[in-house]
Design a protein around this ligand. Structure first.
Ligand SMILES: [Zn+2]
Length: 159
């Protein structure tokens, strides 16, 4: 498991600020979510990275918890922690978290909403974000934040 953990975290780039997302920068599938391949006992299993991160943080089996919610709405984010700074939680923590998020939204600067996008656009956004961070880390931070916010950084400004 330790080897898998090391392999996992080598594919994640954490943002520079306290509440930033931790972004998966390797394989992204057509659903816009990452894929992490586990190899154990000669068997390979593809898992979603945010689920693997949650499994690591909480020490529960990968199939031992229900659907996870991204508070940040970034499908590539794997910031699962057992503390209040987590970006991921399971179903019934949702109400608490939404409340916390509503109160904290101004401070984390993240008003993005990827929901409602067509699946293809959703996947394209994930891949564009993944490519940027994989190649440049968070060095071009304005660009990364624009992508996180769902803004095309190459589009001309309208104002
Ligand atoms: Zn996040």
């Amino acid at each position: 498991m330790t080897r898998d953990q090391d392999r996992f975290w080598s594919k994640v780039i954490k943002g520079p600020r306290e509440n930033d997302c931790w972004l998966w920068v390797r394989a992204v599938a057509d659903d816009g979510y990452g894929r992490f391949t586990l190899n154990s006992n000669g068997r390979t299993q593809a898992v979603r990275p945010h689920r693997f991160a949650f499994h690591l943080a909480y020490g529960v089996d990968l199939d031992g918890f229900g659907p996870l919610m991204h508070h940040c709405d970034i499908p590539l984010c794997v910031r699962a922690t057992t503390t209040a700074d987590t970006h991921l939680s399971v179903g019934d923590a949702r109400v608490n978290m939404l409340d916390r998020q509503a109160k904290g939204r101004d401070t984390n600067g993240s008003g993005f909403r990827w929901r409602g996008l067509a699946r293809r656009q959703f996947a394209e956004r994930s891949k564009t974000l993944r490519d940027e961070v994989r190649e440049h880390g968070w060095d071009r931070e304005d660009r990364v934040r624009a992508l996180l916010a769902g803004v095309d950084p190459d589009a001309p400004t309208l104002f």
